[in-house]
Structures are given as structure tokens and as C-alpha cells.
Ligand binder design. Structure first.
Ligand code: HEC
Ligand code: HEC
Length: 448
């Protein structure tokens, strides 16, 4: 089919759908965070009793807050994984009340809370785009220091390092934000073979090309396999992410990341690396914290959609069809299958993640000017949408809690630095839907 024919066909589909719409007296709106019990947070179905024991021990560690004698700091963003990954259950994303405000001054610490951290805003980590010398930076700059903190396990009053001046960096437009991505079902994402990701990229190429959608995987520089975790698909595995997060978010060194990011001697209260395996142990108790985090995330069940709320299942079913008809599924692939895995519960399973795990150019409106692996300043991994119904904040920087704005943010036109968004045409097709069709799409999204 020619490009023109594809476009004409799709316009016809959309017009047909719009023609069937009843007269409209309302504007579609985001029904908001779905109520009811959390649709996530339990372990995978089909784990063995022994694996279930590992999961329970691992969850306990993921939920723990760490102290100075466990290696917290010297610089950190929070004191535990579950503080950032908690909505709607442990393993999720940013909670309603941001725990970073309280941790800033907990146990006598004297941190100033930066302007972009608010009590009812999203948990955020900050990256700087450029160094003072004008070179590329892109690193996470932890918000807080342990100076003055005495949490009963150690006294950091002799530690005098200072916070960086975040508000000056904000004024210089040099800071970008990232909010936590949920890890429900992450073990399934880990087990999707590279070839499955590539075959999905190579499906529907004519339609994708007609709509301006391409997409490419991010790679690990050393073994050249496809990386898939994080907003830019910058990370290979849950274990590597766990080791890195322990050091970057909490300042806790471990067997994957052995040296402290800030080595000021007066600010160290545990031997380095802070977290190691227990060589006196015999069973689950051998595992390092880092391994436990990986096990917990790997064994977490995917979010369970709710077929009947909000808007009712008929509206949700219509929304699902529209989501495909207008082209959202060309990036937000409903299902990718895992390959054969050593853990039965993860082996040859459908992962209903609503992502192709590829990077897309998303336009200057979303660009953060940070490079990670192959990902350019305007490229992001298609955000997996499973669990969306119970997420509070959207997009990599948490700029909105309204699904309508999250959709409109997909559209922006290129400038001298960044290309146009690959999603522009799909957003146009969404925008010409009738309001009741848009409501169906939003209801569908909140059912996930
Ligand atoms: C201060 C908040 C914060 C803390 C504490 C934190 N994280 Fe995260 N987490 C984030 C943010 C922000 C991202 C997204 C990072 C990015 O892609 O730039 C993230 C992403 C992740 C991801 C990637 C998931 C995916 O599919 O993209 C994993 C895995 C993860 N974190 C594990 C952990 C573990 C394990 C811990 C505890 C050792 C932890 N995190 C502690 C904020 C936090
Ligand atoms: C070209 C690929 C592409 C298309 C087409 C696309 N998306 Fe996305 N979507 C993305 C990427 C990439 C992100 C993450 C962007 C960011 O955070 O900067 C995203 C994020 C989202 C989010 C926010 C998720 C979160 O956890 O923050 C929602 C909601 C969403 N998309 C819905 C849609 C809908 C509805 C459509 C169809 C109208 C659509 N998308 C079409 C690539 C796409």
C-alpha cells in the first residue's frame, strides 16, 4: 500500500468511528487513580515454595530504611527502595506524599529541600545536563547529604560536606528530573528475548512508516545485547539496576558498584563495599541486599487490570479498540512473550506490558538533553502502561497527573536540536476522536 492509501484508510477508520458517536455535551476527562485494592504487589503465580521464601525475605529488605552504619550516604536521594517505589504497593512508583521532604531533616540532618521537591509532588531524582565547564554531564546528583545526621547507629556531626546548589542549577535551566518507574512484572520484561523485541519492531512497518514511527533498541556497550530498564532503556538487568540504585539513590556501595561516589573520609560509617553477601550464612541468609532486591523485583507479579472500572466494561472494551485503531499500539505493544527461562513462572509467558521496549524520538517538548547508551536527548523508551490505572504521576519527569496532558505531551515539532516527535500523527488521530471516544480511551487506560 502507498503511504497515501494507508493514511486515507486510517482517516476513514477514524471518521467512521467518529460518525457513530452520540451528540456530545461533555469533555472527556481523566477519571483519576482507580480506587479499590492495589492491582499489584503480590508475587508471581506459580512460584515454588522455596522461591516464595526467597520472595518474602527479599521484600522485607526492599521495604527497609537504611541507616548510617549500613552505609547510607554520604550523598543520597532517600533511605530505602520502597520509599520511592510504593504506589499502589511496594515495587510501584511515586506515592502521594513525597518522603523526600521528611528525610531531608530526619535525625538532625540540615538539608534544604530543593524547590522541585514538594510534599504532594512526585519523588524526583535530578540530573544535570552540562558541567560547569560546559561538557556533557547527565549524572544523577543526589539531593541530600548525611552531614549532622545522628540516627542512633552513627553520628555524622563530623561530616561537613554540603548539598549542591540545586536552585541555582534550576535557574540556569540545567536540571532535568526523573520519577521512579514501577517494577511490577519486571522479571517478565527481563526475560523477553532480544529477537522478540526486534521482530516486533519489524512488524507493521508500512503503517508505522506512514505515521512517522520508527523506534530502535538501546544496547549495552560491552556485549551489544538490548537493554530495557529505565526511562531510556539504559539498563540491562534487574540485578545491575539494583546495584546501581543502591549506590546512586542511597549511597550504599555493593558487590556490583564497589566504590563510594563521595569518598570524604569523615563521612564514612561502614566498611566498603557497604553491602556484601553473608559468607557465614547457609541459605537465604547468604544473599546480599542487592541480590535480594533483584529477586524481589524478578518475582513480583505483573499488575492486574480491572475490567470493570471506571466507566464500565463496554466503554473500556471500546477504548481498547480505539487505542489500537488510532495507532497507540504501534509503540505501546500490548503483549510481548518471554522466552524459555530457568524460573518456570517466568518461562514462555505473555507480558502484557503495552510497550515495544524501543526508544523513540519524542520531540523537543519531552527532550531532556541527556544521553544514555545509544539514547539521544529526545529519545525515550515507550513507557510500559500496565498498572497505569493506579499511577499518580506521568512522564519521565512527573510533569502531570492528568492522562490528557500526558497524551498531548507526546506531540511537538522539531527544532534545530531535536526532531519532531514520532507520535505527532497518532496524537492528531486521537484529537479528532469525538469526546465520548476519547473518554473510552481514558477509561481503558485507567483500567490497566
Ligand atoms: C530516590 C528515589 C528512588 C530510590 C530510593 C530508588 N529508586 Fe529505583 N528508580 C527511581 C527512579 C527515578 C527511576 C527511573 C530512573 C531512570 O530511568 O532515569 C528508578 C527506576 C528503577 C528501576 C527500573 C525499572 C524499569 O522498568 O524501568 C529499577 C529496577 C529500580 N529503580 C530499582 C530500585 C531498587 C532495587 C532500589 C533500592 C536499592 C531503588 N530502585 C531505589 C527512584 C528511586
Ligand atoms: C512513537 C511512540 C509512541 C506513540 C505512538 C504513543 N506513545 Fe505513549 N509514550 C511513548 C513514550 C516514549 C513515552 C514516555 C515519554 C516520556 O516519559 O518522556 C510514553 C508515555 C505515555 C504515557 C505516560 C505513561 C507513564 O507512566 O508516565 C501514556 C499515558 C501514554 N504514553 C499513552 C499513549 C496513548 C494514549 C497513545 C495514543 C494516543 C500513545 N501513548 C502513543 C511512546 C509513544
Amino acid at each position: 500500500m502507498s503511504k497515501l492509501k494507508v493514511l486515507m484508510a486510517t482517516v476513514a477508520v477514524v471518521l467512521l468511528i467518529a460518525a457513530g458517536a452520540p451528540a456530545q455535551f461533555f469533555l472527556a476527562r481523566d477519571p483519576g487513580v482507580r480506587g479499590g485494592p492495589a492491582g499489584a504487589g503480590k508475587m508471581l503465580d506459580g512460584l515454588t515454595p522455596s522461591q516464595a521464601t526467597f520472595f518474602a525475605a527479599a521484600q522485607e529488605e526492599f521495604e527497609e530504611s537504611d541507616t548510617l552504619d549500613e552505609g547510607l550516604g554520604p550523598r543520597f536521594n532517600l533511605d530505602g527502595c520502597a520509599g520511592c517505589h510504593s504506589q499502589p504497593a511496594t515495587g510501584g512508583t511515586s506515592p502521594e506524599v513525597n518522603p523526600q521532604v521528611a528525610v531531608a531533616t530526619a535525625f538532625g540532618a540540615r538539608n534544604v529541600v530543593p524547590s522541585f521537591i514538594t510534599l504532594n509532588g512526585p519523588v524526583r531524582e535530578a540530573r544535570f545536563k552540562y558541567t560547569a565547564a560546559g561538557a556533557r554531564d547527565g549524572r544523577v546528583h543526589p539531593l541530600f547529604v548525611i552531614s549532622g545526621r545522628n540516627d542512633g547507629t552513627a553520628d555524622a556531626s563530623g561530616c561537613t560536606i554540603q548539598q549542591e546548589n540545586f536552585d541555582a542549577q534550576v535557574a540556569a535551566n540545567n536540571v532535568i528530573f526523573r520519577i521512579p518507574t514501577p517494577v511490577f512484572g519486571a522479571g517478565l520484561i527481563e526475560q523477553i528475548p532480544d529477537r522478540t523485541i526486534l521482530a516486533n519492531r519489524d512488524a507493521n512497518t508500512l503503517v508505522k512508516a506512514a505515521l512517522g514511527i520508527s523506534g530502535r533498541p538501546n544496547h549495552n556497550g560491552n556485549d551489544q545485547t538490548i537493554t530495557r530498564f529505565g526511562w531510556k532503556a539504559q539498563n540491562k538487568s534487574l540485578l545491575i539496576f539494583a546495584g546501581e540504585a543502591y549506590n546512586v539513590e542511597q549511597g550504599i556501595t555493593n558487590e556490583l558498584f564497589q566504590t563510594e561516589r563521595d569518598e570524604t573520609p569523615s563521612c564514612q560509617f561502614a566498611t566498603t563495599p557497604n553491602d556484601v553477601m553473608n559468607t557465614d550464612g547457609t541459605s537465604v541468609d547468604v544473599l546480599s541486599d542487592t541480590l535480594r532486591f533483584a529477586v524481589f523485583m524478578r518475582f513480583l507479579a505483573p499488575p492486574r487490570p480491572s475490567p470493570n472500572t471506571p466507566g464500565g466494561f463496554v466503554s473500556i472494551a471500546r477504548g481498547r479498540v480505539l487505542f489500537g485503531a488510532i495507532g497507540c499500539t504501534l509503540c505501546h505493544t500490548p503483549t510481548l512473550r518471554t522466552g524459555p527461562a530457568t524460573i518456570d513462572a517466568l518461562s514462555s509467558q505473555p507480558a502484557n506490558l503495552f510497550s515495544d521496549l524501543l526508544l523513540h524520538n519524542m520531540g523537543p517538548g519531552l527532550a531532556d538533553d541527556v544521553l544514555q547508551g545509544d539514547a539521544g536527548g529526545d529519545e525515550f523508551r515507550t513507557a510500559p502502561l500496565w498498572g497505569l490505572g493506579q499511577r499518580i504521576f506521568f512522564l519521565h519527569d512527573g510533569r502531570t497527573n492528568d492522562l490528557r496532558q500526558a497524551i498531548q505531551a507526546h506531540k511537538s515539532f522539531g527544532n534545530l536540536r531535536f526532531r519532531s516527535s514520532e507520535a505527532n500523527v497518532v496524537v492528531d488521530r486521537y484529537n479528532i476522536l469525538g469526546e465520548s471516544q476519547k473518554q473510552d480511551v481514558l477509561n481503558f487506560l485507567r483500567s490497566l
